[in-house]
Ligand binder design. Sequence first.
Ligand code: SF4
Length: 519
Amino acid sequence: MEKFLYQRLNNKEPKINVWWMYPAIESFAMASLGYLTIFKLLDLNKDLYVERVYSDTQTTQIPPQNIDCIGLSISFEIDILNMIKMLKKYSIPLKSSQRKENDPIIFGGGPVLMSNPLPYEEFFDFISIGEKCCLNKAFEILKNKHSFSRDEILAQLSELEGIYVPKFKKDTVKIIRDNLNDEVVYTEILSDKSFFKDTFVIELERGCPKMCNFCLASWLNLPTRFAPYEKIIEAIDLGLKHTNKLALLGAYVAGHPRFEDIINYIAQKCETKKIELSISSLRADLADENLIKTLVKCNQKTATIALEAGSQRLRDYIKKDLTEAQILKTVETAQLGGLKGLKIYAMVGLPTEEDEDIEILVELMKKIKAQIKKTKQAFEITLSTSTFIPKAQTPFEKVERTDKKTLEKRINYLKKNLAKIGVNYRAPSIEWDIIQSILSRYEDSLADFLIEVVENGGNLGAFKQLWRKYSKIQVLPSYENSTQMPLKNIKAPKWNFIDTGANNLKKMRLGELYSGPIH
Ligand code: SF4
C-alpha cells in the first residue's frame, strides 16, 4: 500500500505523458529519496501525466507508443545496463541518433552522469547536469513537445543552464544546484513495498565540507547545504503522524549545525511513541554519547562508521580527517551507550597503499577488540571493504588503480587475520569494482559496447569477454590497462567540461598530489 503525503492534483489536463523510470526493482525505487522527490515534482506539474516504471514493472498504464518523455537517474555505473534492458523491453530505440520524431525524448541525471556523462551520452537526448531546479525549466520546454520538431525542442533545451544536450555540445556545462535554504526534502510517498518499509526519510543536508580526496558525494555537492531546523522539525512531526520509522540522511548528517537539537527533539518524541530511528552513517568524530543513547532509545541496534583506511598515514593522504583516538572513542561510546555492534567501512587499494597499511588496519581491529573485551559486554564488530574506485571530478580522478593480484593478496590477508580475532569481514567483489572503475573514467562513448554486453547476458563475464574481444581488434584499449588506467600524464580529462564549481579547488589538490603543472 502507498500513502501520499502531499496533495495530488485533480482534473489534470496533461499535454505530455512521462515515464519516470528507476533502473532497478520497485522496492529500491520506493526507498530512493531522490527518485520519489522528482516523481512528486513531475506529479504536481499540471501539464504532465507521469507514471513510475521499474525494472520489475509488469504492465504500464500508458503504452510505450504514447509516451513523450522518459527520464531516469543513474546513481551507479552498473545502472546503465538495467536502463538498456528496460528500453529494449519497451522497444524504444536505444540511441538518441536512432530516435524518430515521435519517439520519446529520453533524459538522465544523477551523480554518474553529472560527473562523467561521456561513456553513455549517446543514449540520452539530454542530461540534467544539476538538481531538480533544472528539470522544472526543462519541462517548461518539453510540455510543448507536440508543437515543435524534436530538434527544435532539443535546441531550446540546450540553451538552459545545467542541461547538456549531446547533439548540441557546449564548451562548459555548469552544475546547477537547488537552494535548500528554505526547504527540506523528505519521503513523499510511504510504501510497504519499499526496501525500507514505511520509513520516513529526511535529508538533513546535502554534501560534505570535509572533501576527502576520493569522495564524489562531497566534490559534486559543494558547498554543503543544510536544511533549515524549523522545516526539519515540521517534517519529523509530519512523518511521525504516519509512521514510527524515521531515517536521517546526509553524507555529513551529524554535522548539521542543529544536529543535537534535532536528536533531542526525536528523543523527546520517543517518550510517548515507539520510534525506530536510523542514521545513514556516522562520522566517527561526531558520534557522541547523546546521539548513541538516542539511537538506542529509538531501537537502533547497530551503527556504521567509515574509517576508509586503517593507517593514520593513509587517512591523512586521502584527507580523511580522523584519528585513531577518535575511532577508539567512538567504539567505546557505541558500546557503553548500549548498541549491540558497529559496522566499520574501509577501502582496499587506496592510492599509495602498501601491505603495511593493511597490516595496520588489522592491528587497529585488534585494538578495537581488546578495548571491547575490557567491558565484558557483548559487542559485534563487522568490517566491510570495497576496493577503491577512482571517480571523475575528484582529486583522485587520475590515479592508477591497484592491480588485481595485489588487491586479492590484501583481501586474503584481511580474511585470514580478521577471522583469527573474531571480526566479521565482508569482502568486496573486485571484478564489479573494476568495471565501475573503467566506466567512471572512460572518456569516449561506450554505447555500442554496453548494448552488446546486455545482449550477451549483461553480466560480468559478458563485459570482460567482449572488452577483450574488442581490445584484440583495437577498438578498445587493453582490459588490464583500462582497469588500472594510469592517467599520470597531466592532460586535462575530457569530463572537465562539466563545471562542478570546485574545479579550482580540485586543481590545488591535484597540485599537491602531483607537484606539477595542472590544467
Ligand atoms: S567525511 Fe565522508 S562524506 Fe565527507 S568527504 Fe569524507 S568520505 Fe565524503
